[in-house]
Design a protein around this ligand. Structure first.
Ligand SMILES: *Cc1c(COP(=O)(O)O)cnc(C)c1O
Length: 230
């Protein structure tokens, strides 16, 4: 069995286990393979292995990979997006995970030809190094997106702090779910907010146990370009 297939099976097994532990259905969780640090060739292998949702954090790199891989992939933009780059990618992607300010929303409204599925990035851990709006700003931010008919708020996204402490991670993910549930309960047309994008290579099991519906897995899935692959 190839190295990649083995990695995918291991991740799949962990996700199934996490779903069982939390009485969730496996079908509630989507895997986004984060290919930002590997080549187009390897991203294509990931797709061929059956993971068809790919995540990139730089506009240029996404466009290069997209042109080479083209069909059958859903593209997720997971990085901090500069206003001037919005026009380059907004009509090329399926999901934007990093909506966190009005200037980006305005630019999307101006440039998007169709409605764009967006996650609002929230900084629940309060680390100043992380992008995202604060939990306190969330309600107002969601409200102010109401008139932007090119933006559909499908969910919330976060990056957990880089710590080992499981308790800290769980608290962050639980807080995110609480925030998501609160918006979802309002049943807003422009912000159904049913999804939770959280969990990376080191913490996706905990994130799934706490309610993640999209996990964004890089190194644990695609490896690093410097490693051999098969
Ligand atoms: C790089 C990145 C990931 C994946 O990180 P890994 O630790 O390699 O799994 C997920 N989300 C975002 C926003 C990233 O930038």
């Amino acid at each position: 069995m190839g190295y990649l297939t083995e990695r995918i099976q291991r991740i799949e097994h962990s996700i199934q286990q996490a779903c069982e532990n939390s009485s969730r259905s496996r079908s509630e969780v989507e895997i986004v393979a984060v290919t930002k640090s590997v080549s187009t060739a390897r991203a294509n292998e990931v797709k061929e292995a059956g993971i068809i949702q790919l995540g990139e954090n730089r506009a240029e790199e996404l466009l290069v990979k997209q042109e080479a891989i083209s069909d059958g992939v859903e593209w997720h933009f997971i990085g901090n997006l500069q206003s001037r780059k919005v026009r380059d990618i907004i009509n090329e992607i399926d999901y934007l995970h990093s909506l966190d300010r009005m200037s980006i929303a305005k630019e999307i409204q101006k440039r998007a030809l169709n409605e764009v599925k967006c996650f609002i990035q929230v900084n629940v851990s309060g680390e100043s190094s992380k992008s995202g709006i604060t939990p306190e700003e969330l309600d107002d931010f969601v409200s102010s997106l109401k008139s932007y008919d090119k933006i559909k708020v499908v969910g919330l996204m976060t990056m957990a702090p880089h710590v080992e402490d499981e308790k800290v991670l769980r608290t962050v993910f639980k807080d995110m779910k609480t925030l998501r549930d609160r918006i979802m309960a309002q049943q807003l047309t422009h912000a159904p907010c049913t999804e939770l994008s959280m969990g990376m290579s080191n913490d996706f099991v905990i994130a799934v146990e706490e309610g993640a519906t999209y996990v964004r897995i890089g190194t644990a899935l695609v490896g690093a370009e410097s490693e051999g692959f098969n």
